[in-house]
Design a protein around this ligand. Structure first.
Ligand SMILES: [Zn+2]
Length: 144
């Protein structure tokens, strides 16, 4: 049997079909998209078929790490599974690939949030898996 000391906890993507971690420490990541080789449409995550033309000839691509905040709301009553503080800002971010991504907006006072503001991808630990590995999820912060 493995003892806990056999393997150091390794950060894991909480959503591996959407977020790929770039470093062993789990401090950097990139969102994954699927681009259609037929029509060029890109969608978030690893997909089996194009959302635009339904063809299955897709390639996996890294999405832009910067986008624009298209809408947001302040969530005062979170789902029971929500691991973070409440209230929090939930934003809808449009990336240059015309892909829309939902995520928490961190590092910004609520009153400073505004539609159209430039944001960039960041990642944060949101919990742990059964093996005590940190689970990392995507969020957005004001673009530096
Ligand atoms: Zn297509």
């Amino acid at each position: 049997m493995n003892s806990p000391s056999d393997a150091a906890p390794t950060p894991q993507s909480a959503m591996p079909q959407v977020l790929r971690l770039l470093d062993a420490a789990g401090t950097q990541g990139v969102l994954i998209g699927s681009r259609c080789r037929r029509c060029g449409a890109t969608s978030l995550g690893q997909q089996r078929a194009c959302a635009n033309c339904a063809m299955s000839d897709l390639e996996t691509v890294d999405l832009s790490t910067r986008g624009a905040l298209m809408s947001f709301t302040i969530v005062h009553r979170a789902a029971p599974s929500w691991p973070g503080p409440v209230p929090y800002a939930l934003g809808e971010v449009e990336l240059p690939e015309s892909v829309t991504v939902n995520g928490e907006i961190v590092g910004c006072p609520f009153e400073a949030l505004h539609v159209g503001m430039a944001v960039e991808l960041t990642v944060r630990v949101c919990g742990h898996d059964a093996a005590s590995n940190p689970l990392v999820i995507h969020k957005f912060q004001p673009a530096g």
